[in-house]
Structure formats: structure tokens, C-alpha cells
Design a protein around this ligand. Sequence first.
Ligand code: DGJ
Length: 762
Amino acid sequence: MAIIYHEKSQTFHLFNAEISYVFTILQNHQLGQLYFGKRIHDREDFAYLLELKARPMSACAFEGDRNFSLEHIKQEYPSYGTGDMRYPAFTILQENGSRISDFVYSGHTIKNGKPALDWLPATYAEECVLISTCNRTEVYTYVEQENEAETLEVYLQDSVSGTKLILRYTIFKDFPVITRNVRFEQNVDTKVCLERAMSLSLDLPDMNYEMIELTGAWSRERYVETRKLAHGIQAVYSMRGCSSANYNPFIALKRPETTENSGEVIGFSLIYSGNFLAQAEVDTYNITRVTIGIHPENFSWQLEKGDSFETPEAVMVYSKDGLNGMSHIFHRLYQSRLARGKWRDLERPILINNWEATYFDFNESKILEIAECAKQLGIELFVLDDGWFGKRNDDTSSLGDWYVNLEKLPNGVSGLEKQIEKLGMKFGLWIEPEMINKESKLYKEHADWVLNTPNRNMSHGRNQFVLDFSREDVVDGIYDQLENVFQDAPISYVKWDMNRSMTEVYSQAASPEEQGTIMHKYILGVYRLYEKLIARFPDILFESCASGGSRFDPGMLYYAPQCWTSDDTDAVERLKIQYGTSMVYPLSSMGAHVSAVPNHQLLRNTSLAMRGNVAYFGAFGYELDITKLKEEEKEVIKEQVAFMKQYRKLLQYGTFYRLSSPFEGNVTAWMVVDKEQKTALVGYYRILQRVNDAYHRIKLQGLNKDYCYYVTVLEEDIYGDELMNIGLVVSDASSGENHEKYDGTNGDFQSRIYKLTAVCDE
Ligand code: DGJ
């Protein structure tokens, strides 16, 4: 890995074993983009890639020279108004009303390692080091690792506005990844206002791509959609105050011939949990400009002397091994260099959550009844969901009042926790700290803590309103309440929910000029509360949640290493949701629970086996009243829990391959393989039974071609090369036969887990 600056040609080349990123200082001292992709040789000069040529009717920078037009130059961080007619990376409004700028190169530094960002989540460079061995237990710690990454900071200065720009690039030794972010600094007395400040802009030399996005809505989050790039703008975004279920802060550009397992793809992901824009603009010369960052709508940020603004971090992943290759890189990076803390590398506890079991209707004895039964089945953690606080018996009251409801829990949270601990289980709690109901003590005391615009209607969502987390005093007030609850009982898990989009955003505590900062400052407030709670309670495992998966984004993973993937717990629906989510996010981050049938979202009936077989591929748990199950169903759960405990490490931290897409047909399949390629689990799911069906095989991935594997279900020893080149035979033994009754292998919604164990390695 290296970052090289070629003095003579003024060219930067960032490279590691797999990728190269090249840009240069242009004739006008701004920055021009030359290449991002597979590793190429380093050399002094790549200027031929600029392809400067005169084009009719273009605005040119230098009199007498018709070759240098910003409209036709691929750039690093472009502005509008000086020749480039495409969407800019940033806009700065100056005191005289002008938005013209000219940021020219003024220097750069290259450092080992990767500096942290001010108040923002970001990837980091570090290494796991053994510090001691105590009673044969190895104790590890993480130390910052200088050799794992290198960071380039390029400084640019606009002499008229007095603004300084710092473009920051990090390249990692072991990941085909470049991370980028931008810092604006105002160093002189003049005031400026940032109206657009994207984290990344990348000009690619052609448009022969398909754009992949993750799109959906509540309960159908992160469906995979692909569209061919066309001239003009194609974008995904959120203006809801959270990253949203509707679009994820991610796009990928893949070549038309790229498949799951081969071909080029570039993935772009934003480490941010608020409003975002991810856009591919193709100009009529077929240049593709990708920008990703905070959505400029409702964003403006004044900078006075001494002020600075830092954008969130954007991550660019290059894969030559198709979409699975891209996902492997995201999974590894986000699992090991974004998620932090005690739980980062740990197998996640198997939990039972009472939400779909009781909703708001519970008391201490009901909870203990479920917990006792769960313990007998081997479940490790009980999570008490919504309804334990204030006077909350439905969704109309009490958000903001984070003290226990003694009518439901006469011994308090700590009393309940003690009894659950006595059973030998851990205890977890649900909170929704960013919200308030009018029907609450907090609203009576602090109506001004709510985000709302003076003299305007205040829209509610699920009867609740949004607290002004742009204010430190509000965040601190909520922190104090939560600290009381968490210190009262040893809580080992917290589910942090957030159940509405933001509207009529306006802070009572901010000046008119500051109102454009509020949506971003709100997210910074959310991050600050997480940071404070993590610092005070480092052992708690946080799971983020927003009406299910409305805030499943990399920003959240920095604080909460797992996220409730969706409120839709139907096994068939979950195939699409988990498949799409896996494009970017690792299995260890995907909360996946077995729930009751008929399913509460769809009224669909699927077998307990099918529900388990889908939920295994995630942070596994249960969400139903297990006390109402038949004895034989409890036995099945016991077996599922035992299976999950045995294979949890593989399922949560193994290499995951998507094999067959739920968006393309009747069969979904995926698999995980361990590092040593000795054990693999294949999940196979067939939605509708077909009569007299054809034969089916699924080509596996990631195995060792020379290892022979014992394959359960088929009960056969088969070589890796056969399984990967011929495929795993998955034809239904039963298809076409006449069945008198369902026997567990026929009918709709079938699934199987194939276990592959290497029996010999030659
Ligand atoms: C939405 C979450 O996604 C659910 O799991 C549950 O916690 C409810 N909120 C509780 O109100």
C-alpha cells in the first residue's frame, strides 16, 4: 500500500495490491480525476487520461486556449459556475451573493494511519493484539495500527472567500477501498454559507454501467433494484431525517456483464444516518459523475472565522469479483473497521423479544412466564420491548418519561432483571430516546424541546413528536434519565428504536440563520447520546431500530453493531429483505427473529423450520409467545437454539455468498463458509411447490475445490469442484407426486439447510 506524489507531473497515486486511485493537479491548480479501478503500475505521468481537446461551444478557462474546459474535464471535487455545467460537489454562498469559487491546490500531507472525524462515525485502522493470558484465557485489545492505512490530505484554498478545503483520502492495506471526506475551514473575517457539501464526487470515463440501489418502504426494506444508466440524473435519497426504509445510503455501479461472482463493480456507501443524496449523473459525453453526501435540501451551514464543517465519510469499494465480491469487502470492513467495542467480534446472544408476544399488554408475571420457558429452550437473553415506562399502554403516551411503570412491573426494572438473571438469562430493554408524546410528564415540563416551526401545524407520526436533538441540553436531559435506568439494573442489551420521519423541522433554540443546520445537528446529537451511553456502559450490546429497518446504515453500525432488519418477520418476505440488506451489511448486523404464525404482518403460515432456517442467517432470536406453543414445537425450538449455538460463529462471521435471488424466481439460496473452507452451511428456500417440476442444481461458492465434503440431506461425499461447477442437487424428491398430506418436505414455503463438512482435503 502506498500514496505517491509525483512532483513533476503533480499526480497522486494511491494504491494497494488490488486497486489504484489516480488524480492530478490541473493547469488551473484545481484537481482532475484520472482513474479508479483495478491496480495498475505506478508511473510518473498519467496526464494523457485527461483527454484535453477543443469542443465547440464550451466555456474555457484560459483566453486563447480552447482545450481547457471544466465542462469536459473529469474532476475530484467540482464546483458550479466556472465552466462545468454538471451538478457540483459543493456550493458556497458568499457575502456579496456570489456562489463562484476557485479552490486551488495549496499543499498536501501524507500520514500513516487514519485520523478520527469530529463527532462523526467513520472507519478506523487498528490491530487486534494479545495483551495477556490469564487462566488460559487470552485477553486481546485493539491498538491503532499505523501500517494498516495511509491518509492523504490535500489542501485547497479559495482566495476570495478565504475558505480552505481539505480533501481527505484513506487507503487501507488489506481492503480494496478508498474512504473520503471533506473539511471546510473559514480562516478569515468574511462569512460564507455552505449550501451543498458532498462527501465524495467521482467522475468515471464512461456510462456503461447499471446502477444498483436498495429501495423499499416499511416492512419491505432494501429490495434490490437495478437500472441501466441513462443520460441525466439517477438518484436515491432521504429527506426524512433518517437514512430511511425507502432508500439506503448506498449505490453500486456494475458493468452489464457483471454477475454475483464475476465482473467489475464499484460500491458507494455513506457512513451517515440522516438525510442523504446518492446520485449518478451522466452527461451527454457519457461521463458518469457519482456524488454522495448529506442531502442539500434543508441544509445550510454558516462559517465564520475559526469555524469548520466536516462531511460524513464516504466509502468506495472496488470489486473485480462481482457483487458477492463487493459485499465481502463491505462486510469485512464494516464488521471489523467500523463496528467497535466489546461486541464487535463476539457471537451474538440468542434472544427472545416480547413485542409480537404481548405488544403493550404485559405484566411482570407474564414476562417471567415467557422468560422461564425461553430459558428451558436454551435462549440466552430476554428483551423487554415497548410499554415498560411512564403510563404507556398504547402508542399515544409516555415517550420521554423514562421511568418504570410500577403497575406493570411492581418490582421495577431492576426487580424484573434480578429474577431474569436468577433464571440464568441476560436482560435487555427497549427505548425510543429521540421521541416524545404530548401525553407525558416531559412534554408538560419541556414543550420547547420539540422540533416544530412557530405558527405552523405540528404533524405527528404514530402520535409522537421529535425531540430537538440538535440541542445539547435536550440530549443531556434524556441521557440523565437513561443513565438512571441503566445503572439501576445490569442491562446487557438495549434496543434503540425511532419510529417516525421528521417534519416541520425548526429549533426553538437556534437563530433563523442556523435553521439549515438542524437536521444534521440532530443526527450529531443522536451520535453524541450513543457515544455518552457507550462510554458509561461499555458492556451493553446496542441494537438500532427504526420502525424495523428505517435506519439500517453504516453510521448506526459504528455505535450499534446490530440492527433490527425489519418489522416484517414473515420468513418468505425476510428472504428478500435479508438478501438485499446483505449487499452492504454483514450477517452479524442483521437482527432476524422467528415469529408466530399466522404471521402478524401478512397472516402467512410457514413452518417453524422455514422460519428458523431464514433467521439463522443473522443475529438470531425469537419474537412470539412461546408459552402458547405445543410441546413438539418447543422441542423444535430447543433444537434450533442448539444448532444456532453450534454454528453461530460461522453464520455471523463466515463468508456469505448469495446464490439464487428471491427477486428473480421461486428459489432463494445463500451460504456461509468458514475461513478454513472446512465447514459451510447452505440455506435453500423454495417458495411455491410446482407440479412435476424440472431438475434443479445450485452452484456453490467459496469452497476448496480439492476438499471432499460430506453433504447432509444428500448424505453423500462430494468434492468442492463438483459442488461449485456442477452444483448442489436440490430437486424436490416429491415434486410431481400426489400428496395426501403435508409431510414437511412438500407443499409451499419449503426450506433446507445443507451442512457441508470437509472429510478429506485431497
Ligand atoms: C417498532 C419496532 O420496529 C418494533 O420492533 C417494536 O419495538 C415497536 N416499534 C415498539 O413500539
